[in-house]
Design a protein around this ligand. Structure first.
Ligand code: PMT
Length: 397
């Protein structure tokens, strides 16, 4: 989705400027044309040559430098940009943007652009919390700028506080979300579930499964990148929270059911990639169970079937991890749970299913259509499945 997009990356004079190199590199590798504008202060922290080497594009540092390609027409970059990102953004630049000052190439470009502008502040905690900075950020927000709040952590001063540049993945996720606004899922609300539920046995133990959440997170991110408003209901995973997505954390099947019921009334589609436990302990021990007896029997009871029980006029998509008769078993689940689409995972392939980065699936829809896909990354599977969702949403009354 970043291919052929022009991203203007503004870098300002903060110790976090080195992280902009990572942003520039990742965006370039993803196919974007990254045009870097550095303020003079930024060049004291990181060399323009680094950015030039990573992006393969000339770096603008001086509005009046005659050799620089973009300097000739000072608003050319403003017009070429699909999105402008300032990361890191100092209090000084934020103040200048809020006041409409355009005394350098970066501020000039921001003032002249019609593209969305993302600002990722990074500064000393006191500077960030200062009312002036907060008022300036509020002004920018009110004018439609997208602000990525800084994180809490150790700052250059050695102090702990709010002011660290947000994680690179969060910044890139926000860029994708902004660029996806006009995608084929724009205006759609999609609820996605991910991960394996954990059914408590006692305060320290649970029954779980090997779902890593990767498939569900890939679906959520792909839907976001295509313009959807996404709610991700997730069981515990070790994955970072994706940017631009409302993330709802749950542990058990019952909690997932409640979260789905709450999230779906306005939804256009519910996509359940989660591996939901089918059974839960009948009761949860209040204290840690001691190993005093040679054997232990746990009584298990069924969990609610979320997909079957959830009501509403939205598209229902299920996943099925199958080790035999993959298509036939998945089709049975499609019928039994009254789904519009089911994604059958062939888990006999060790590169497919739980914990892997890839998946081999067959898409089976209610209208009888069956499409077997080769081994793909989970992100590719998500996009192929969403192609089908877009088609089915188009047909839905
Ligand atoms: O998380 P990863 O490591 O990336 O792995 C991804 C995955 C293999 C977990 C995922 O791709 C997958 O296949 N998820 C479904 C696992 C499964 O076999 O589910 P199931 O056959 O038990 O259920 C079928 C469907 O009903 C699923 O969409 C499930 O979310 C849903 N379900 C299941 C049980 C239940 N009590 N309520 C439900 O709604």
């Amino acid at each position: 989705m970043l291919a052929n997009k022009t991203i203007v990356l503004g870098i300002t004079g903060s110790i976090a400027a080195y992280k902009a190199a990572d942003i520039a590199s990742k965006l370039t590798q993803a196919g974007a044309r990254v045009e870097v504008i550095m303020t003079e202060a930024a060049t004291k922290f990181i060399a323009p040559l680094t950015l030039r080497s990573l992006t393969g594009q000339p770096v603008v540092t001086d509005m009046f430098e005659p050799a620089a390609e973009w300097s000739i027409e000072h608003i050319a970059l403003a017009e070429a940009a699909n999105v402008v990102v300032i990361a890191p953004a100092t209090a000084n630049v934020i103040a200048k943007l809020a006041a409409g000052i355009s005394d350098d190439m970066l501020c000039c470009t921001v003032l002249a652009t019609k593209a969305p502008v993302i600002v990722a502040p990074a500064m000393n905690v006191n500077m960030f919390e200062n009312t002036i900075t907060q008022e300036n950020l509020a002004k920018l927000k009110a004018r439609g700028f997208i602000i990525i709040d800084p994180a809490y952590g150790r700052l250059a001063s050695g102090k702990m506080g709010l002011g660290r540049l947000a994680e690179v993945e969060e910044i890139i996720g926000t860029i994708k979300q902004v660029l996806g606004r006009s995608g084929d899922l724009a205006g759609k609300r999609i609820v996605v579930t991910a991960g394996g539920t954990q059914e408590r046995i006692d305060p320290v133990r649970h029954i779980g499964n090997r779902s890593s959440g990767k498939m569900g997170y890939a679906v959520a991110e792909a839907a976001r990148d295509r313009g959807a408003e996404v709610k991700l209901i997730t069981a515990p995973t070790s994955l970072p929270e994706p940017a631009g997505i409302e993330v709802i954390h749950i542990e058990t099947a019952v909690q997932m059911k409640e979260a789905v019921a709450k999230a779906t009334p306005q939804a256009d589609a519910l996509i359940m990639a989660a591996a939901v436990a089918d059974y839960q302990p009948k009761s949860v021990a209040k204290a840690k169970i001691k190993k005093e007896t040679p054997s232990l029997t746990l009584e298990l009871v069924r969990t609610p079937d979320i997909l079957t029980e959830v009501k509403g006029n939205f598209l229902k998509v299920g996943f099925a991890a199958e080790s035999e008769d993959v298509v036939a078993n998945a089709r049975q689940k499609l019928e039994k749970k009254q789904l519009d689409l089911i994604v059958a995972n062939d888990i006999t392939d060790s590169s497919s299913g739980f914990g892997t980065d890839t998946n081999k699936v067959t898409l089976i829809s209610q209208d009888g259509n069956v499409e077997s896909l080769p081994l793909l990354t989970k992100r590719e599977v998500a996009d192929r499945m969403l192609d089908k969702v877009v088609e089915l949403l188009g047909k839905k009354p």
